[in-house]
Ligand binder design. Structure first.
Ligand code: NCD
Ligand code: ZN
Ligand code: ZN
Ligand code: ZN
Length: 357
């Protein structure tokens, strides 16, 4: 058996549900899921209850993470219609400003163009802005970023027209980076009836067509990051009357990508570039000394809801046979995970935002 040693993975887009929905996930359960999937650093989204839009709400999340997180972490602050100045003043305490420009789970949504421009003008030019921006909203965001002469990172790109717009914007010299989720690379809407109920298949952006998915693979050179958009909701919620959108993803992301490495569809270096190096560069994240993961690239395993570490207790990939599995995780010289067991105290994780380094 050959063992691969890789750097600890970085996920720039996770929802850990704390504060406000700890029954779905909290910093402890979410960071366990991260370690089990080979991630040693995760950046948490602000669509919590309360949403992270000011100093008081951010402090609640910082305190919870500092007490519970098992891996390193950072936050993205949420943009609202009334926090342009407040947000900018908090830029050093977070890893980015998240703007929701299309409706999705949670209370944050910016619909007017003037507010969008104000945030782009005011947020420090050297700190990241991330956008949930689909279809035509994406075109609006690229225009605003271009005019304000600043970078922008586009979350969970899922459609052919979107990745082609980003490709062409990059070629035009617009300072745009983007991420794609494993689920958009691996699941298409056409296949859903065969293995996912309609409720469980709900996710934003929606699962797309085979042509959209092919366009993502074909344009891999323009995709900067693979980010899970780990969005845990319970099975009771997913199977209920108003299924919330979102898939858990931390525990399956690397194995899915390694399965494609084994199939010869992508190089291992291209995977680690998108799961370690590019995330670190784009978000200005610190190196984690003496931190690595060991992976058995030939281990085949079946995803089972019963074995999911995340508190949500299910995976859209349940039943899939994947090739490649995380055996151990070493964080700052300490073995924190091996063979399904955790050897790490709650609160070991560090905040990676500039203010805390
Ligand atoms: C996310 C969630 O549940 O917080 N849901 C999702 O379907 N992706 C919100 C988001 O990332 O848009
Ligand atoms: Zn989103
Ligand atoms: Zn131009
Ligand atoms: Zn998300």
């Amino acid at each position: 058996m050959t063992t691969l040693r890789l750097p600890g993975l970085i996920d720039v887009h996770v929802h850990l549900r704390e504060p406000g929905a700890e029954y779905k996930e909290d910093f402890e359960s979410g960071s366990r899921a991260a370690l089990a999937g080979g991630f040693t650093m995760v950046l948490a989204m602000p669509n919590t209850q309360p949403p992270l839009i000011d100093a008081a709400s951010l402090k609640i999340a910082e305190d919870a993470a500092s007490a519970k997180a098992l891996c390193d972490y950072g936050f993205h602050l949420g943009a609202s219609g009334s926090n342009v100045e407040t947000a900018a003043a908090l830029a050093q305490r977070v890893c980015g400003l998240k703007m929701y420009l299309d409706a999705t789970y949670g209370p944050l949504l910016i619909q007017d163009l003037a507010t969008l421009r104000e945030h782009f003008a005011r947020w420090p030019k050297d700190r990241p802005i991330l956008c949930h921006a689909e279809e035509r909203t994406l075109a609006a965001v690229l225009m605003v970023a271009h005019l304000e002469r600043r970078s922008v990172h586009i979350c969970h790109v899922s459609r052919k027209a979107e990745i082609e717009l980003i490709r062409d914007a990059k070629m035009h010299g617009i300072d745009v980076t983007c991420e794609v989720t494993p689920h958009h690379l691996f699941i298409v809407q056409e296949d859903v009836p065969r293995f996912l109920s309609p409720g469980r298949s709900q996710v934003r952006p929606s699962l797309a067509t085979r042509a959209d998915q092919q366009a993502l693979w074909d344009n891999m050179e323009f995709i900067d990051c693979i980010a899970t958009d780990h969005a845990p909701h319970t099975l009771a919620e997913k199977d209920g009357n108003a299924p919330p959108p979102g898939f858990p993803g931390l525990e399956t992301a690397l194995a899915l990508m390694l399965t494609r490495v084994h199939a010869g569809n992508i190089e291992l270096d291209a995977v680690t570039a998108r799961m370690v190096d590019n995330p670190r560069r784009i978000f200005g994240l610190p190196e984690q000394p003496e931190t690595w993961i060991e992976v058995d690239p030939d281990a085949t395993w079946t995803v089972r809801n019963e074995e999911v570490v995340s508190r949500c207790g299910w995976s859209p990939f349940a039943g899939s046979v994947l090739r490649g599995r995380v055996q151990s995780v070493t964080l700052r010289g300490e073995c924190v995970y091996r063979g399904g067991q955790f050897f790490v105290k709650a609160g070991t994780g560090r905040n990676v935002a500039p203010a805390y380094r």
